[in-house]
Design a protein around this ligand. Structure first.
Ligand SMILES: [Zn+2]
Length: 305
């Protein structure tokens, strides 16, 4: 489905829900034609001139944003300079998943297929795992792209991943916020290189742009109340942290905390969801330790100071 926000800026929604392995794309139908992200699925792209797209912006390297790159054969593919490694360095990509912590956190070795957490639909042309890609270029925070009638600014918004980018169209006050997605499941930071402090700063950075219209990778388009929406989304993470901190008046380890289901939005018991749940707890513990609110004591337990 195509949602025309202006004559040039159009949201490409997957044929089914815009949840993993799909994500929304943004089509810029201008003198220079561009697509932001490639995860809307073959059925959604079938009605668009994808072979003629000049430029493919990649918000970040996660599978649900890049699994359709093969639809954009003729496009110059560009990504944030902080994340170019994700397409060129398989070892670093594997490290970024955090799976080296799997046995520690889950109590048994990871089965090879345990990251293949849902069967892929027929219009998703890639397989799980590392997807190497030759980038035509890299962008950095503040880079401006003039497309013809419209222009967009790359906004570095790390936290969800180190090279996560949002894109802002100042003239139209439209923000594509990628996986700062204002969803009721709250922020996700379940990988090795996720950083909760950076995530919080990035949300404030987006609010400061005062966007009128918010398009994210996994929700509907919002055309009012964007600031409140982003603050409520951030608050989900802060409330998780408050609950963890309160629980740490007595010493506990990651598994004890996970049993409490404070990260209620990600509590499904599929192995990879539980793994992410525990990784997100680790991110809170790292942040609380950094800010001097907890210390680590014996047997990997933490206690509130
Ligand atoms: Zn993501």
């Amino acid at each position: 489905m195509l949602i025309e926000l202006t004559n040039q800026i159009k949201v490409v929604r997957p044929e089914v829900q815009s949840v993993f392995p799909y994500s929304n794309s943004l089509y810029i139908d201008d003198e220079v034609s561009a697509m932001i992200d490639a995860g809307a699925g073959g059925n959604a792209y079938a009605k668009l001139p994808v072979q003629d797209i000049d430029l493919l912006f990649i918000s970040h390297h996660h599978f649900d944003h890049i699994n359709g790159i093969s639809f954009f054969n003729n496009a110059r593919k560009i990504a944030g300079r902080e994340e170019a490694w994700a397409f060129q360095d398989e070892d670093l990509y594997i490290k970024s998943t955090g799976y080296q912590r799997w046995e520690d956190l889950m109590g048994k070795p990871k089965r090879k297929d345990e990251d293949e957490f849902t069967e892929l639909p027929a219009d998703v042309p890639a397989n799980y795992g590392y997807i190497p890609m030759q980038l035509a270029g890299e962008f950095k925070d503040g880079d401006i792209f003039n497309m013809g009638q419209t222009s967009l600014t790359a906004v570095h918004t790390p936290g969800h991943s180190p090279g996560h980018y949002s894109f802002f169209f100042p003239r139209e006050s439209i923000l594509f916020s990628a996986d700062i997605d204002a969803s009721p499941r709250g922020p996700w930071y379940g990988e090795e290189f996720c950083d909760l402090d950076a995530f919080i700063d990035s949300i404030h950075k987006l609010i400061a742009l005062k966007p009128q219209i918010l398009v994210s990778s996994h929700t509907r388009v919002f055309d009012s109340g964007v600031e409140d929406l982003l603050l409520a989304y951030l608050d989900i993470a802060l409330q998780r942290e408050e609950k963890i901190l309160r629980f740490l008046r007595e010493p506990h380890d990651v598994n004890d905390i996970a049993d409490q289901n404070f990260i209620d939005e990600w509590k499904q018991d599929k192995p990879h969801i539980l793994f992410w749940h525990k990784m997100m707890i680790l991110k809170h513990l790292q942040r609380l330790e950094k800010h001097g609110q907890v210390i680590k004591i014996n047997n990997d337990r933490y206690i509130k100071i």
